[in-house]
Design a protein around this ligand. Structure first.
Ligand code: AMP
Length: 423
C-alpha cells in the first residue's frame, strides 16, 4: 500500500483540521482505501475490524458529503450493534464535525425515549442507532428518513450474531432506496451475502489485511489495572535481562511521568516526545544508541522514524490505538534475524484491540504475571473501577456534545482514562 497523507484523500480543510487535532498523522490502510471510494459516491463493503481505524474511515467521508449537501432532515443513519459502539461513533462524529454546525444524536435502549424522540423529531443530520430502539421509534410514526442519503451498517457480522437481522430488515424496508450504503464487517460469513446483496448496489469491497509482526519477536501480555502499571514496569525491568528498552506511552505527560519514576528507581531513562526540543531529542537518541540511557520512554509520533538497532525489549506501558501501531511499535525490536521481546501492559479496556490483534496474528498471545505482584491483584480491577456490563452503559442522547480534544479515541471503552491525546 502506498503511504498516503490525509490531505491526498480529498477531504475538506475543516475536516483535515480536526483530523490533525486528533493527532492522526497518516491514514490507516482502511482509511486510504475506503475514504476516496465513499467520497466518489459508491456503495462500499469494508472488511475491517476494530483497531483498523474503520470508524474514521466512514465518519470522515460522510461528514464531507453532508457538508457539501443541502441541510435539513436526517441525512445519515449509522446502525451499530451495541450502545458502546454507538457512543464511540458519536464521539468520533462530534470530534470530527467540530465547527461545522452538523448535529448528531444517539438512539439506543436502556435510556429514556424522550430525548431521543426530540432529536429524531428535530431531524439532526446524523443518527447513530442500535436496531431495536430505532425500530421502536420508527414504529411510533415520527421518524422521517425521506432526506436520508447515507446508511452505514457497522459491525454487520456482529449484528447478525446478535439476532438483529429481522429488525434490520424492517428498518431497511422504510428507508429510501436511493441512497449510498456502507457496510462494515470484520468477517463475511455466508449469511451476510443476502444482507449485502439486498442493501448495496455495485459495491466496492475494500479489504485490508493488516501486516504481520516479525516472527523474531516474542510477545507477552501482562494484565494489569491502571494504577499498577508503574509497579509492573519496574518489576519487569528488575526481573528481566535487558540491554536497551523502548517504553511506549500514550501521551507526552505520561512519558514524562514514567521516565521520572524510572529515574527515581535508579534507571538511566530518556524521554522522546513532541514537547522536547530538537536538541533534547538528539541527546535522548544519541544517549540511547550509545548505551548512556538504558530506557527510552517515547510516544508513537515521536518514535516514528527513529532508527535504533539492538533494542532488546519494547514495552507498551499503554496499549496503542490501532493494530498497525502495535505492529509498528513491536517491529522496533527483533529486526532482521535478531530476536526481541515485546511486553504489553493491558487493562480490561484494551481487550477488544487485543482480540483483534490475536485474530490478525492467528493465535492467542501469551498472558503473564510478574512475580513481585499477586496475580489476582493484577487480573481484576478494583470494584469501584469495574465497568458495567456491555448492555448497561447508560448515557443520555444529546443533540450536540461538546467535542473534546482527542475525543475520537476509544473513549467509550476507556472512560476511566484521560482522553486527551498528544505526542
Ligand atoms: P477503530 O478501528 O475505528 O475502532 O479505531 C481504533 C482507534 O484508532 C481509535 O482510537 C481511533 O481514534 C484511532 N485511529 C483511527 N484512525 C487513526 C489514524 N489514522 N491514526 C491514528 N489513530 C487512529
Amino acid at each position: 500500500m502506498i503511504a498516503l497523507t490525509f490531505t491526498s484523500l480529498g477531504l475538506d480543510q475543516k475536516l483535515l483540521a480536526q483530523v490533525q487535532r486528533q493527532g492522526y498523522t497518516a491514514p490507516t490502510p482502511i482509511q486510504t482505501a475506503a475514504i476516496p471510494a465513499i467520497l466518489s459516491g459508491r456503495d462500499v463493503i469494508g472488511l475491517a475490524q476494530t483497531g483498523t481505524g474503520k470508524t474514521a474511515a466512514f465518519v470522515l467521508p460522510i461528514l464531507q458529503q453532508l457538508l457539501q449537501g443541502q441541510r435539513g432532515g436526517i441525512r445519515a443513519l449509522i446502525v451499530t450493534p451495541t450502545r458502546e459502539l454507538a457512543e464511540q461513533i458519536h464521539t468520533a462524529v462530534v470530534a470530527f464535525s467540530h465547527g461545522t454546525g452538523l448535529r448528531s444524536a444517539t438512539v439506543y435502549g436502556g435510556v429514556p425515549m424522550l430525548p431521543q424522540e426530540r432529536a429524531l423529531r428535530s431531524a439532526v443530520d446524523i443518527i447513530i442507532a442500535c436496531p431495536g430502539r430505532l425500530l421502536d421509534h420508527m414504529e411510533r410514526g415520527y421518524v422521517r428518513f425521506d432526506r436520508l442519503q447515507l446508511l452505514v451498517l457497522d459491525e454487520a457480522d456482529r449484528m447478525l450474531d446478535m439476532g438483529f437481522l429481522p429488525s434490520i430488515k424492517r428498518i431497511l424496508a422504510r428507508l429510501p432506496t436511493h441512497r449510498q450504503t456502507l457496510l462494515f464487517s470484520a468477517t463475511m460469513p455466508t449469511e451476510m451475502q443476502a444482507l449485502t446483496s439486498g442493501t448495496t448496489r455495485d459495491a466496492l469491497t475494500v479489504q485490508v489485511n493488516a501486516s504481520l509482526p516479525p516472527t523474531t519477536v516474542a510477545h507477552a501480555l501482562y494484565p494489569v489495572v491502571e494504577t499498577q502499571k508503574t509497579a509492573v514496569l519496574l518489576e519487569l525491568l528488575h526481573s528481566t535481562t535487558t540491554a536497551s528498552v523502548l517504553v511506549f506511552t500514550r501521551t507526552k505527560h505520561r512519558a514524562n511521568k514514567v521516565a521520572a519514576h524510572l529515574e527515581q528507581a535508579g534507571y538511566k531513562a530518556a524521554r522522546l516526545h513532541g514537547n522536547r526540543s530538537q536538541s533534547q531529542r538528539q541527546i535522548a537518541l544519541d544517549g540511547f544508541r550509545n548505551g548512556t540511557f538504558q530506557v527510552l520512554v517515547a510516544t508513537d509520533i515521536a518514535a516514528r522514524g527513529i532508527d535504533v538497532n539492538g533494542i532488546s525489549h519494547v514495552i507498551n506501558y499503554d496499549m496503542p490505538d490501532t493494530i498497525e501501531a502495535y505492529i509498528h511499535r513491536i517491529g522496533r525490536t527483533g529486526r532482521a534475524t535478531r530476536s526481541g521481546d515485546a511486553f504489553t501492559l493491558v487493562t480490561s479496556a484494551d481487550q477488544p484491540l487485543i482480540r483483534a490483534i490475536e485474530r490478525t496474528i492467528g493465535h492467542p498471545l501469551e498472558r503473564r504475571t510478574v512475580s513481585g505482584l499477586a496475580a489476582q491483584e493484577l487480573g481484576q480491577p478494583p470494584t469501584a473501577n469495574r465497568r458495567p456490563p456491555t448492555t448497561e452503559r447508560q448515557r443520555p442522547a444529546t443533540d450536540r456534545r461538546k467535542p473534546a480534544r482527542g475525543a475520537a479515541r476509544r473513549s467509550a471503552q476507556r472512560d476511566n482514562r484521560p482522553s486527551s491525546r498528544s505526542a
